[in-house]
Design a binder for this molecule. Structure first.
Ligand code: C2E
Ligand code: CA
Ligand code: CA
Ligand code: CA
Length: 278
């Protein structure tokens, strides 16, 4: 079965990157995927490192391809960004994940405090009506704004002159703002201070080598200290081992996500986890 999976993804890679499947063809396939409702949201738990409890989920899109099976966003998000399809896709992920969390909140008392973290591409971030769209989704799904967290990248905000004003509008709405993959970009610290950011997410690349590479451990420590000095909290991504978890706890990192806790789950499996706990 493993061989088969490998062969399938190899086939898909070839299809994507060789000349046979042009960008245009992939764009068309992706348009079809949206229309045929082949996109799915997967949910990865975000865990409090102090209590060990699930405090929310990150929404991660998947393409349930009729022949290829589950296609990872790494294989189609770049095309979606290039073609502008990220706008309808992102809008759908936002709606669907807010709807799902609201449903869980009404079904399970333990879900009432959970948050949903949604990735925003820089293309979406440059949409003039973004704030109004987000407000509309909250209204349509009935989710309150303080349960929504938006994840944006450093380059997404640093390249946009309007960023500070836009982020302040979200802040006024009480939507929580996170910088994703922190440490991989080139944020200037003085500019970072101008933005009403609530959370820094430490990129997985630092967490995964933290135990072997002294420099990466120092980067992790520096990000945590920086965040706390600026009044922000920290999520460590990509926690895969008990050692990494223990190390992050010692550094006073308050939240984490990673395969050590759980891989991203379909809505059914996430719901089961919500009911049963870890
Ligand atoms: P990201 O936002 O940095 O999301 C975290 C990625 O790390 C996810 O990959 C997740 O499955 C993976 N991950 C989490 N824990 C671990 C771990 O312990 N070990 C390892 N090896 N990986 C871990 P995924 O789901 O394949 O998503 C890849 C990227 O695609 C995301 O990176 C994000 O940039 C983008 N993406 C996914 N969904 C969306 C979306 O709805 N909108 C936008 N704009 N981008 C999305
Ligand atoms: Ca993210
Ligand atoms: Ca990330
Ligand atoms: Ca990443």
């Amino acid at each position: 079965a493993k061989e088969h999976g490998k062969a399938r993804s190899a086939l898909f890679d070839t299809a994507m990157y060789n000349q046979a499947m042009s960008l245009l063809q992939l764009e068309m396939a992706l348009r079809w995927a949206i229309e045929r409702q082949e996109l799915r949201v997967y949910y990865q738990p975000i865990v409090s490192l102090t209590t060990g409890r699930i405090i929310g989920f990150e929404a991660l899109v998947r393409w349930l391809h009729p022949e290829q099976g589950l296609v990872s966003p790494a294989q189609f998000i770049p095309v979606a960004e290039e073609t502008g399809l990220i706008i309808p896709i992102g809008q759908w992920v936002l709606y669907e994940s807010c709807r799902q969390l609201r449903q869980w909140q009404t079904q399970f008392p333990t879900a009432s405090t959970l948050t949903i973290s949604v990735n925003l591409s820089s293309k979406q971030f440059s949409q003039p009506n973004l704030v109004a769209q987000v407000e509309q989704v909250l209204k349509d799904t009935g989710l309150s704004s303080n349960h929504l967290k938006l994840e944006i990248t450093e380059s997404g905000i640093m390249n946009n002159a309007e960023s500070a004003a836009l982020l302040r509008q979200f802040q006024a709405l009480k939507v929580h703002l996170c910088i994703d993959d922190f440490g991989t970009g080139y944020s200037s610290l003085s500019r970072l201070r101008q933005f009403p950011i609530n959370t820094l997410k430490i990129d997985r690349s630092f967490v995964s080598t933290m135990r072997e590479a002294v420099e990466d451990a120092e980067v992790v420590q520096a990000i945590i200290t920086l965040a706390h000095n600026l009044g922000m909290d920290v999520v460590a991504e990509g926690i895969e081992t008990a050692e990494q978890l223990a190390h992050l706890r010692r550094l006073h990192c308050e939240q984490g996500q990673g395969y050590f806790f759980s891989k991203p789950l379909n809505s059914q499996a996430a719901e089961t986890l919500l009911i049963a706990g870890f």
